[in-house]
Design a protein around this ligand. Sequence first.
Ligand code: MEZ
Length: 493
Amino acid sequence: MIYTEEMRASQARVEATRNIRLSEELPRFTAEEKGELLRQYHPDYHEEGFAVLSVGPNKGDKVPKELAALLQGKSRMDTADVDLDHIQFETDVLVIGGGGAGAAAAIEAARHGAKVLMATKLRMGDANTGMAEGGIQAADKESDSPEAHYLDAIGGGHYKNKPELLAELVLHGPEAIQWLSSLGVLFDKNSDGSMVTTHGGGTSRKRMHACGDYTGAEIMRVLRDEVRNAGVDVVEYSPAVELLLDGEGKAAGAVLYDFDTREYHVVRAKSVIIATGGAGRLHYQGFPTSNHYGSTADGLVMAYRAGVPLIYADAIQYHPTGAAYPPQIYGALVTEKVRSLGAMLVNKNGEAFLHPLETRDVVAAAIIRECQERDKGVYALHGPAVWLDTPMVDLINGEGTMEKRLPAMIHMYEKFGINIRKQPILVYPTLHYQNGGICIGAKSKTKIPGLYAAGEDVGGIHGTNRLMGNSLLDIIVFGRIAGTEAAGYSQTA
Ligand code: MEZ
């Protein structure tokens, strides 16, 4: 590993001052300080990064300028090349997107007797779902409750969450874990057979259920098989480029673009579910991203063009700990679970500067602040950084904890000669999640009859700041609801 002299000296200081423990003693932020921190340092608040929409259902809304360009741009299909009378596929339910939400929706729609076609931009499973590491939240114990889950999430979301959506999310939490387990997801268990649960940022109870630090990959593995078992037809490398509405303004299908043949295909469907994920690969404000290559706001754009309002499109989540070094993994996710297990965020002088399990927006803002203050941050080739003191996980929880709980993290760094059990790592916020998105009601319905949406492309569930593990939960809860509802609608259409 090539360290600069400054990084080497800083790491030595971090190691020499490893006497801090995760405790209430650490700086916490009051509500006013949080607001101040956000206004001063959080990139969401760099006003120049946003454009004001002048057309469409949400006239006057602010959106990142990269997204505004897509929303206001031309259709991604050349209408002269599409013969709408030439229908290649006919189905009851069309699911657009092959991540966790799309898969859950397709499985449930098929189980309710619908003929289902899934169209994916890349391969089924190439999605942010597979990249979510640390866990899925669900309040399923006596010491916890959906009410506590609700309060944590609404506080974390700055009280902007749509109550009916959040209630749906937390009430279905335990059922979602049972459903995934019944399909074969191997959650971590204690020796007595109970689930291992941990804290995440902003959670008052231990309710994070995990499969090591590859929770999303394990969930996606199982869902991918189940989609096939359920008899869903899957068309890969065929992104939807435009929705089709009938003469009464109801959902009627979509136009797909086949990456292999470069032809357009018309799909006629009785109901349509948008589950295309987020927008991280638009690299808002030049940030690195933890997102997969397909996250380019496709669903937001299609829904908006069809007349569906978006909500909180300017609320973007920067995960506090993206890898800042080595450059080959710049922006890759360093799971919040590392902090849940006790690792501290430390500046170059070995000082801990906040409680590491504050909500994500606050932690990200505090890291940016630390890096902006002279002599506190470290410079790590591509930009500023602070240290995440990973060896503390084994120091606090015992030798072997990292091996057991963070195998994917160990592996990611091992490839570059970095042993995270022995050396702290450099981190900086990375563009992680689209908090806002398509407006839906509690049954995943959009304002267009027959059009449903689920997953990261939906807004309102998490307000303007999501808590860790609530996204893996929402893709299952709202994916399943969308599938059930769309199947029911298709039988009446
Ligand atoms: O919900 C997430 O974004 C998540 C589980 C991320 C992580 O840090 O592991």
